[in-house]
Design a protein around this ligand. Structure first.
Ligand SMILES: [Ca+2]
Ligand SMILES: [Ca+2]
Length: 438
């Protein structure tokens, strides 16, 4: 197995970097691969478009379009489908164990509401200023969490796996990524999100040092580790910058998109919650101005914007100032919208030295603008073409397939590399080896 890893690492890293690649498996977008892409531009790319670097596919909450989110099974499926990174959202248990859940409130993502032994844990808690009723991770020990099972929170997705899979800890997720890296012969990274950092600090269950301790134990608390840490808040990223060289991503949210494609802002999605606590005015929109991007660059390595910041959409038909049902299916959703040209956020972010990893890409028809003609591959192609550096996908298999299509569109000759295989000696394939997901 070790031999396979070395062989694959050498194959994608190229001869010059072989020593480094053998000693330290590098993340897929690492320096060695960047330089590989650069050389591909010199020897193989053609047409009038500049070569674009290989965008990362991040398995959003695992392959959450298929299996209940934030389970080892969902993460493993994402890896099986070719994701470069798996994305655990982190919340803390009562005894300070970091576990993967999208919300501190577990009512929608686990079977806790069906377990009589925990009925008395139901309560109302205030998360980022908003009261909500449910079962909160900070009221449960890690031992208790292990008795819960995950359920699929999206009603339109497959419910047959409800009640089967456990809630994993961060350490179990790191172990999975490492084991799968050896098995797959490529480096699988993790992309943890600190969920509601201020809320956790107020509970005396701060996430940041716990996360760094776990990375330290894994040997991953360093710049070259296959790790990105992301947060919708800002102060905790600045704190992390002072304590780690691991790459940091500032997430940038909004509330909704208006009929004209302009983003709209309303609590709790209007600004980092730590701004509200600290009395800072403004909104997430401030972070994508040139001044805002420069501020982000002072503590982070990239931005993780909602995808509408990059390519927005407008209503096909507007009635009374609102989107109308343009396609006549009786519903009003993204399918009743059409794409607008890309904004300059990617260009400006790159000019500021920031990566751009956008969210969230999903296959369901109602989530696709009419411009994509019902085919989610077209959405990925639009964002790859716009120059995105990575994206969070609930369906990583589609994201990976679209990335291969994008590479072939950039250089049709690369199609032969699919036939020849990932270890082909063909110079074009050497430059484009990443087509096959390596
Ligand atoms: Ca997340
Ligand atoms: Ca409709």
């Amino acid at each position: 197995m070790r031999l396979n890893l070395i062989r694959a690492a050498a194959a994608f890293a190229g001869c010059a970097a072989i020593g480094v690649a053998m000693m330290i498996p590098q993340p897929a977008h690492s320096q060695t691969v960047q330089s590989l892409n650069h050389s591909a531009g010199a020897q193989g790319w053609r047409g009038d478009r500049a070569p674009k670097a290989r965008p990362l596919v991040i398995g959003h909450r695992g392959a959450s379009g298929y299996l209940p989110e934030h389970t080892l099974e969902a993460y493993a499926l994402a890896i099986e489908m070719g994701a470069d990174y798996i994305e655990p959202d982190l919340v803390a248990t009562k005894d300070g164990v970091l576990i993967a859940r999208h919300e501190p409130n577990m009512i929608n993502t686990t079977n806790v509401k069906d377990l009589p032994q925990f009925a008395n844990r139901k309560r109302t808690a205030v998360v980022d200023g908003i009261p909500e009723e449910g079962f909160f991770a900070s009221d449960f020990t890690w031992a208790e969490i292990q008795t819960l099972r995950a359920v699929q929170p999206f009603g339109e997705r497959d419910q047959r796996f409800n009640g089967l899979f456990k809630i994993p800890s961060l350490e179990q997720i790191i172990d999975l990524a490492k084991r799968k890296s050896v098995e797959e012969g490529r480096v699988i990274g993790i992309y943890p999100e600190t969920k509601h950092p201020t809320y956790h600090q107020q509970l005396n269950l701060a996430l940041e040092d716990r996360l760094l301790n776990a990375l330290e134990r894994a040997g991953w608390n360093h710049r070259g580790a296959p790790v990105f840490i992301q947060s919708f808040e800002q102060a905790n990223l600045k704190y992390l910058r002072g304590k780690t060289s691991v790459r940091l991503i500032q997430l940038i949210d909004a509330d909704s998109v208006g009929p004209d494609g302009k983003l709209t802002y309303a609590p709790p999605s209007d600004r980092p919650y730590d701004w509200t606590v600290a009395g800072r005015a403004g909104s997430y929109a401030d972070l994508v101005t040139p001044a805002g991007l420069a501020e982000v660059r002072s503590y982070a390595d990239g931005i993780g914007p909602w995808k509408f910041y990059l390519i927005s959409s407008a209503c096909v038909k507007v009635e009374a100032g609102k989107c109308a049902d343009a396609n006549g299916d009786g519903l009003v959703n993204d399918a009743d919208r059409k794409l607008l040209p890309p904004t300059d956020v990617i260009k400006n972010a790159k000019a500021a030295g920031l990566l751009v990893h956008g969210y969230t890409f999903r296959n369901e028809q109602r989530r696709l603008a009419s411009t994509y003609a019902g085919n989610p591959v077209n959405e990925y192609l639009a964002f790859y073409e716009a120059g995105i550096d990575g994206l969070f996908s609930d369906f990583p298999d589609t994201a990976v397939a679209a990335r291969t299509m994008f590479a072939i569109q950039q250089n049709p000759e690369a199609a032969k590399c699919l036939v020849q295989g990932r270890f082909s000696a063909d110079p074009v394939c050497r430059g484009l080896r990443w087509v096959s997901g390596n």
